[in-house]
Write a protein that binds this ligand. Structure first.
Ligand code: NI
Length: 183
């Protein structure tokens, strides 16, 4: 596999703080290529051999803004079974409903744009229903839960210029954890 040539913005870059704009259809070839590159990059980052070869950090989600494109889409690659990857392409997402139950990643969230040690938890909805568009502009509904729900919320934050670290209170990074379930 050849690693796509993607430059992931660091959190110091102001573009990560901007609100991305709705995507119009049909997608440009440039956007289609970018989506394929993002999917391949994430997949390769999850394959140990490729990760070591290219010195990558493992990632499961990427938003267009992290590549400098201020458009409302993101991709997720989830290794459902050993060597079997599921791709999500999520364009113009809109939350339809969320669970009351909140969860958080016990070891803390990570982001390919945040290149430093962080401490603290981010409250996320355990389940969520999202309406979005696919590569052809077709609208679909998706129900996500647990880890995928967290990733979707993390990526949707990116589309509004929000980073996961913004949710952490530096004075009390594990605030309210007793009210949430750790995953
Ligand atoms: Ni991120």
């Amino acid at each position: 596999m050849k690693l796509p040539n993607l430059e992931i913005l660091d959190e110091k870059d102001k573009r990560l703080r901007q609100k991305s704009v709705e995507v119009t259809f049909p997608l440009s070839q440039e956007d289609k290529d970018l989506i394929q590159d993002m999917l391949l990059y994430l997949k390769m980052s999850q394959i140990e051999e490729e990760r070591e070869k290219y010195d990558l950090r493992a990632g499961t989600g990427l938003s267009a803004v992290q590549l400098g494109s201020l458009k409302r889409f993101f991709v997720v690659v989830d290794e459902e079974k050993e060597g079997k990857f599921r791709n999500y392409v999520v364009i113009n997402p809109k939350i339809q409903s969320v669970s009351e139950e909140m969860i958080y990643v016990g070891e803390g969230e990570g982001c390919l744009s945040v290149n430093r040690e962080t401490e603290g938890i981010v409250p996320r909805h355990a389940r969520m229903t999202v309406e979005a568009q696919d590569l052809d502009g077709k609208t679909y509904m998706i129900r996500v839960r647990e880890e995928i729900s967290i990733i979707f919320q993390h990526e949707m934050d990116h589309l509004d210029g929000v980073l996961f670290v913004d949710h952490i209170d530096p004075k009390n990074p594990f605030k309210n954890s007793q009210n949430m379930r750790e995953i």
